[in-house]
Ligand binder design. Structure first.
Ligand code: FBP
Length: 569
């Protein structure tokens, strides 16, 4: 084999030049942990801040043991302590992948050290129920450090809900002699962590003690954040930098080929944090924020009109035939009349499952329309077939519409074209559409995500060594060295009505129009629409000038003085 061929072959199985180098990247750690290679265990003390959910009384009853133990007080790492030994800790990923998950495991492994055991759970919560546990070695940790994806463990979206499932977790804990479980997931997974912490609080081991449960905040959507305590969930920075690079490249193309309006839909489920961040990084002509559309009760017509007016104005003022519109994944559900239609459709489809299934494909719209109120039936009949097909498609395992399947970007293009034909037929409108989602979830973590997640792992490990349960690990003070915090999960839980039932859940943190990041965006968007002022942030850097940048929405919302994060400095 030639030298080149053998070099190329050596790159297989995650050994590209980049992957080899990135494993050696030094990661800054919060000052209190000391050195990256030998972090100290730490104790935790109350910050004085108590988190009170809106349904505090009911939560205190439902989570009696964990609320009594934590008093819902936020804890901070306060002093270094000797490391205890002999703990067996299992860690799992839950939900969609997000960059940095592997580093949470590496941080955990470092903090637990050689005298405690870290086990990985294969395949998420489902794997926990099936007892798919294995020991994570030093060599495993070295191999996955700073790599993207969740492939080392895998993940799934099973929710541990039923009494049988809780009992099964108890059995697995006993069988594997677990002292603690770390759940790396989003709002729903951390809700599950709170429920498990309560269930496993005591009476699991022979001495009557329980199994600790600690959460770590993951999701590219950025909808797990707590002002002042949890700046952002991990994976958000990497995903938005990838989308911003792609969006920046398209913006360069619009200005170079001068002929298209590009409609870019961005993942993020219901929340528009991802879209807002990409807008701040790239400054395109039009950005839609779902939460604002709902707050201003903008109809589909009004949204289309806004876009059409931007197209007309840029053409009449500068002769521009190009531009870019950012569309959040969940927009359709925030447009009031679409929201009403989707809600009624969910009910009708749930009530008439058999009748719907027995109806011929080409008669299904009329079958459903026949069961809807007059306004919703008219709207359904007016929508293009490619949208209706998705509105009537199978619901997900929780009975929800799969919004990511609805081609909102295509719908907006078609409606804008129709509107322009009606009100400004001389204005040219060439269009292209894109959906960026999966491209951003598994990229190699940015330095921000790599450092943030390694420190989250250290914090989760330290909480376990300190005997804590029912907390979510967090790092705050990103500009000032980084401060490990423990947020009591029960302090985040409220009662929400879901599918006709009251459920204890951690509420999704949606974009609020009063937030500084949103207000800054609102103050600049007219200038961005008027002419090309876009910026192209380029590829994400792990070394070099842009490496130490934090997300712009985080810097603005946390009141930072600059964009640079300084963990450990
Ligand atoms: P999580 O909240 O589980 O992290 O998922 C994030 C996400 O990427 C959403 O942005 C998106 O709507 C969804 O997952 C897609 O889910 P799936 O991987 O099941 O297609």
């Amino acid at each position: 084999m030639s030298t080149l061929a053998s070099q190329l072959q050596q790159m297989e199985r995650h050994h590209s030049v980049f992957e080899n180098e990135v494993r050696k990247l030094p990661l800054p750690v919060c000052r209190i942990f000391g050195a990256e290679h030998q972090p100290s265990a730490v104790s935790f003390t109350a910050t004085g801040q108590i988190l009170n959910s809106c349904d505090a009384q009911a939560v205190a009853e439902r989570f009696a043991q964990t609320v009594k133990a934590s008093g819902n007080a936020v804890l901070r790492a306060s002093a270094t302590v000797a490391r205890i030994s002999g703990k067996r800790v299992a860690a799992l990923f839950s939900g969609g992948p997000a960059a940095g998950g592997h580093n949470v495991l590496c941080g955990l492994k470092k903090m637990l050290g050689a005298n405690n055991t870290l086990l990985g759970v294969k395949g998420g919560p489902k794997g926990l129920l099936q007892g798919k546990l294995f020991e994570i070695t030093e060599a495993d940790a070295a191999n996955i450090l700073n790599t993207g994806g969740f492939d080392f463990l895998g993940t799934d979206r099973t929710k541990i809900k039923t009494p049988e499932q809780f009992d099964q977790v108890r059995k697995v804990c006993i069988e594997h002699q677990l002292d603690a479980i770390v759940i790396i997931g989003g709002d729903d997974s951390n809700t599950n962590a709170a429920l498990l912490a309560e269930f496993l609080y005591s009476g699991i081991k022979a001495d009557g003690s329980g199994v600790q449960v600690i959460g770590a905040p993951k999701t590219i959507d950025g909808d797990l954040q707590v002002p002042g305590l949890l700046p952002i969930s991990f994976g958000f920075d990497t995903a938005t930098r990838i989308y911003a690079e792609l969006t920046g490249n398209i913006l360069q193309d619009t200005r170079s080929s001068l002929k298209y309006w590009h409609f870019v839909k961005l993942m993020g489920r219901s929340a528009s944090h991802v879209t807002l961040e990409v807008a701040l990084q790239t400054k395109p002509a039009v950005t839609l924020i779902s939460e604002e559309v709902a707050e201003r009760k903008l109809s589909l017509d009004a949204v289309v009109d806004m876009i059409a007016q931007a197209v007309i104005s840029r053409f009449r003022t500068h002769g521009h035939k190009h531009g870019l519109v950012l569309v959040p994944e969940g927009l359709i559900e925030f447009i009031p009349e679409m929201n009403a239609l989707i809600a009624e459709l969910n009910d009708v489809l749930a009530l008439h499952t058999e009748g719907f299934a027995a109806t011929a494909a080409d008669a299904r719209i009329e079958f459903v329309a026949g069961h809807l109120g007059a306004a919703n039936a008219t709207l359904l009949r007016k929508l293009p077939a490619y949208v209706v097909d998705m509105l009537l498609a199978e619901r997900d395992s929780h009975g929800n519409l799969q919004v990511s399947l609805i081609p909102t970007e295509q719908l907006l293009i078609d409606l804008t074209r129709d509107r322009l034909k009606a009100i400004a037929p001389d204005v040219p409108f060439g269009s292209q559409h894109h959906f960026f989602g999966y491209e951003g979830r598994c990229g190699a973590p940015t330095l921000f995500d790599a450092a943030y997640t390694f420190n989250l792992g250290l914090t989760a490990g330290a909480l376990i060594l300190a005997g804590k349960t029912g907390y979510m690990a967090s790092i705050s003070g990103l500009e000032n060295g980084g401060e490990p915090l423990a947020i009591p999960l029960t302090g985040l839980i409220n009662i929400e009505r879901r599918h006709g039932k009251d459920e204890y859940v951690i509420e999704k943190a949606l974009v609020r129009t009063s937030q500084p990041a949103m207000q800054y965006f609102v103050s600049r968007r007219e200038a961005w629409a008027a002419d090309d002022v876009f910026a192209s942030p380029g590829p994400r850097q792990l070394w070099g000038p842009a490496a130490h940048q934090m997300p712009m929405t985080v810097a603005l919302n946390e009141g930072a003085a600059s964009l640079l994060f300084k963990i450990g400095a």
